[in-house]
Design a protein around this ligand. Structure first.
Ligand code: MG
Ligand code: MG
Length: 273
């Protein structure tokens, strides 16, 4: 069922399929986090991801998406998003973001992590930490009857209060469900209280992208990889979530988001079996 502005409202069963897809994504990213090390290629990480997704009975969302060749996006250092897996070997001190999507019964999950490769400069670890924290602030700010940009504002407020990082504006979060990318856009900045009302059955992918320097960016000649103009590092964190009467339920987090939300004083949501 589609509401105004093309927002897809999912049934309980459909959300449960999205949870199944989300768990495949979450487990795949957990597996990859353990495989990231100096000397491994992004192509090897991609193969591990594809194997894990397919052996879970799911389909990689990214592979073949507008011709994309990988099952993950692997974006290293100044690459913000959409890096193509290939021959590049990870090096000690790199910061890699890995984005992954999977489909179960036609329903999508989409999430990303930023991971340190070996011994990484503290300023890069801090960038990755603030990026992830800002995403969780976004979930914590979301409530039924609230507005979409409550999420955006919470992300921006956390970033501005803790850093002078750039917030990438050209790429934003999105609705997700029977397709990976659906309305509405979920910006990582802006004033609260605007945009569509947050209702049950909505599912959103929230994905802040932060830069150590300026947020200005461009796409490389491969037509995919987005890099910072100033060559400084970027971080990217993403989860797919929905709202239940009990609270936000993070479909791509293995624990549904319970631990991180508890730190922020928010009860995790769920759908009763
Ligand atoms: Mg993603
Ligand atoms: Mg996404």
């Amino acid at each position: 069922m589609f509401r105004d502005r093309g927002i897809e409202i999912k049934t309980r069963e459909q959300i449960l399929s999205m949870r199944a897809a989300g768990l495949v994504v979450g487990r795949t990213l957990a597996l990859l986090r353990g495989e990231v090390r100096p000397g491994i290629s992004t192509r090897e990480l991609d193969a591990i991801a594809e194997d894990n997704i397919r052996s879970s009975g799911a389909t990689p969302s990214f592979k073949g998406y507008h011709g994309f060749t990988g099952s993950i996006c692997a974006s290293v250092n100044d690459e913000i998003v959409h890096g193509i897996p290939g021959d590049r070997l990870l090096a000690d001190g790199d910061l890699i973001s890995i984005d992954c999507g999977a489909i179960v019964d036609g329903w999508h999950g989409d999430a990303a992590i930023t991971v340190a490769v070996g011994d990484v400069e503290p300023e890069l670890l801090e960038l990755a930490r603030i990026c992830e924290e800002s995403m969780w602030r976004g979930f914590a700010a979301a409530r039924l009857g609230g507005r979409l940009t409550d999420i955006s504002a919470a992300i921006e407020t956390h970033v501005r209060a803790n850093s002078s990082y750039g917030i990438v504006e050209d790429f934003v979060g999105h609705g997700i469900g029977s397709a990976m990318h659906q309305p509405p856009n979920v910006p990582n900045f802006g004033r609260p209280g605007r945009g569509p009302k947050l209702v049950e059955g909505m599912a959103l992918a929230v994905e802040p992208m932060l830069t150590l320097g300026r947020q200005d960016n461009h796409t490389l000649d491969d037509d995919w990889t987005v890099v910072t103009d100033d060559g400084k590092a970027a971080a990217h964190t993403e989860h797919t979530f929905t709202l239940t009467p009990q609270g936000p339920w993070v479909l791509t987090a293995l624990d549904g988001g319970e631990a991180k939300l508890a730190e922020l004083g928010v009860k995790v949501g769920a759908l009763a079996d």
